[in-house]
Design a protein around this ligand. Structure first.
Ligand SMILES: NC(=O)c1ccc[n+]([C@@H]2O[C@H](COP(=O)([O-])OP(=O)(O)OC[C@H]3O[C@@H](n4cnc5c(N)ncnc54)[C@H](O)[C@@H]3O)[C@@H](O)[C@H]2O)c1
Length: 298
């Protein structure tokens, strides 16, 4: 598969060759990161932190308007052409292929792919509609496969051109990929499956200079996934009766906070520490790294 080796690639390779000689370098200086699911709470946090640490960022999401707004904020803060937005539905292979093409056209290279797309449909196995189960599987599990399929092809080509330059595929998984989740089987199943994909991709893609790892955060209560008043997990779990005795959204939140040994939800900074670890570590692949405040111990 061919793709253009344009000026931004030359610049970005030159930039990393010079890494040791420049004064202040960010942790991903000169790298190009494709963040899929970038309009979400965690995806936005990752995209902005990558930009702060010197990367150029492609923000891909089905919610294009939000991705574009975040890209504009990044460009205003860190200078022009640091971020672009691309619309993609990860369940549509043609759109995924097109996303990868546009990403390469924009910045000439992809060093890091983060898959941060994910949805939850909570509820009892005895009640769950098949459509809900299939939708969760399609977005959380199959979408990850499709994105890796098309990004890995480009990365394999890149490896031939710059064999000493490592690349990273990182799945934002969940603590529910390490431990079952009460009345949340579709989500946990898709996340457990994601670990299987991560380990298998890691074995195969080493020959292409690609490390593949999963980050397994605990609950990030402040993002829309939990806190959206209509579709958020607090309201969904309240309605599904997942927390016995809970009468309000705040009861659900307190219940989940009390289950964390460190007494709080996960923050973007906690997730970024794990992401930079897998990027900087040159002797590890195929791992699923918990970031759970001690809630899940391996
Ligand atoms: N928020 C948490 O507490 C938490 C904890 C552990 C793991 N995670 C995982 O982290 C990831 C990000 O979670 P978040 O909190 O940012 O969720 P979020 O709901 O805020 O963001 C998810 C993003 O995925 C996008 N998306 C949904 N379907 C899509 C599709 N078909 N194609 C393209 N984009 C699509 C949405 O538009 C949204 O921007 C998910 O995989 C989630 O399972 C979240």
């Amino acid at each position: 598969m061919g793709f253009p080796l344009n000026r931004s690639l030359h610049n970005s390779i030159r930039g990393s060759d010079m890494a040791g000689n420049e004064a202040r370098k960010g942790r991903v200086e000169g790298k190009v990161a494709l963040v899929i699911g970038a309009s979400g709470g965690i995806g936005e946090g990752i995209s902005k932190d990558f930009a702060k640490e010197g990367a150029r960022v492609i923000l891909a999401d089905i919610n294009f308007e939000r991705a574009q707004k975040i890209a504009e904020e990044i460009n205003q803060q860190y200078g022009p052409n640091r971020a672009i937005a691309i619309k993609v539905d990860v369940t549509n292979e043609k759109e995924v292929e097109e996303m990868v093409k546009k990403a390469v056209e924009a910045f000439g290279w992809i060093d890091i792919m983060v898959y941060s797309v994910g949805i939850v449909r909570a509820g009892s196995v005895k009640e769950m509609p098949l459509e809900d189960f299939e939708l969760v599987t399609k977005i959380n599990y199959t979408g990850y496969f499709l994105c890796v399929k098309h990004v890995a092809r480009v990365m394999a080509e890149q490896h031939k051109r710059a064999p000493s330059r490592w690349m990273d595929i990182i799945q934002i998984n969940s603590k529910s990929g390490l431990q079952g989740s009460y009345r949340n089987a579709a989500y946990a199943g898709s996340k457990f499956g994601g670990i299987g994909l991560t380990q298998s991709f890691a074995l195969e893609l080493l020959e292409d200079g690609i490390k593949v790892n999963a980050i397994c955060p605990g609950n990030y209560f402040d993002g829309p996934l939990w806190s959206d008043p209509e579709k958020g997990l607090f309201i969904q779990y309240l309605k599904a009766g997942k927390v016995p005795g809970a009468k309000t959204v705040m009861d659900v939140r307190r219940y989940y906070e009390s289950k964390v040994p460190m007494g709080r939800g996960c923050a973007i900074e906690d997730i970024m520490n794990a992401i930079y670890y897998v990027i900087e570590q040159k002797y590890e692949t195929g791992q699923a790294i918990p970031v759970t405040g001690g809630q899940v111990m391996r």
